[in-house]
Design a protein around this ligand. Sequence first.
Ligand code: ASP
Length: 292
Amino acid sequence: MKGLLTLKQLSVEKILELIHFAEDLKKGCRLSYPNKKVATLFFENSTRTHYSFQCAILNLEAKILDFDAKVSSVSKGESLYDTVKTLEAIGVDAVVIRHQEDEYFKQLEGINIPILNGGDGKSNHPTQSLLDLMTIHEEFGKFEGLKICIVGDIAHSRVAHTNIEIMRRLGMEVYISGPEEFNDNSAEWIPFDEAIEKMDIIMMLRVQFERHQEKMKMSIEEYHKKYGMTEERMNKMKEHAIIMHPAPINRGVEIASNCAEAPKSRIFAQMTNGVYIRMAVISQALDGKLSC
Ligand code: ASP
C-alpha cells in the first residue's frame, strides 16, 4: 500500500498493524520527516479531518502545502488529475484529498505519489474508520463479538458505509437504526430503543442535509425525539457501553448537548485519536514505516 483510498484494499492484519502503530505514536514514539512535503486538498468542508491531518503532518516534522481550491487553477477549469499531477511535478511527496465525488480517486490513475483519502462523497472515509476502531480498541481491547449500532442518516454517510464493511470483517456485530427513509439495508436494522439497551457501542450520525435530494420527512424536533441520544436513553445503556459520533455534532438534533460530553461519550477522544491514526497513515505512505 502506498496511499490509502479505501479500507477494502487493506487486510485485517494491516488494519490492526496501523492501529497498534497509532497507539505507539500516542504513547510517544517519534518519527521525523523534515524533508517531506504533504499537500492537503479539501474540496468539501472539513474541520477535524483537515486540521488533524495538518497536526499529524506537523507532529511528523514534515511540511504542509494547504491547497485552496477557490484561488487555484481549479477555478480556471483545471481537472483534479492535472491539479494533482502538478503537485507531483513540483515535488510534493503525498497528497490528502477530500472530494464530493464518490471514488474521485479513479480519475487519478497515473499519479505516482501516495494519495490519502480524506473522504469521498458518501462512499469512503478510511481514516475516520481507523480512528473509530482505535477508540474502540482502546476501550474494549478487542473487536470480536462487540455489538455496535450506527444510528441516523445511514444512506448518505461515508462513515457508516466504511465502518460497516470493516467492522464486520473484524468480527463485530453491526446493526443500523434511524428513520426508514435513511435505511439503505447496508446492515441489519434494529429499533433504536432496543439498540440502546443491547449495544456495547452506539454511534450517532449527523443528518447529511447537504447530500439530500429531497427534504427530510420529519422536523428536527421530531427527529431528536425519535432518534436522538437523550439523557433518558443514555441512562438506559449498558454500564460499560459508549457513545461515539464522527462529528460535526448537531447538539439538540441527533444528540442532546449534555450527552456529547457525558462520561459515556468518546466523541472528543475520537478526535484526539484521529491525529495519531493520520500520523501512522502518513508515515506508511512516505516511507512504508509502521514503527518508530
Ligand atoms: N465528518 C464526517 C464526514 O466527513 C461526518 C459528517 O460530516 O457528518 O463524513
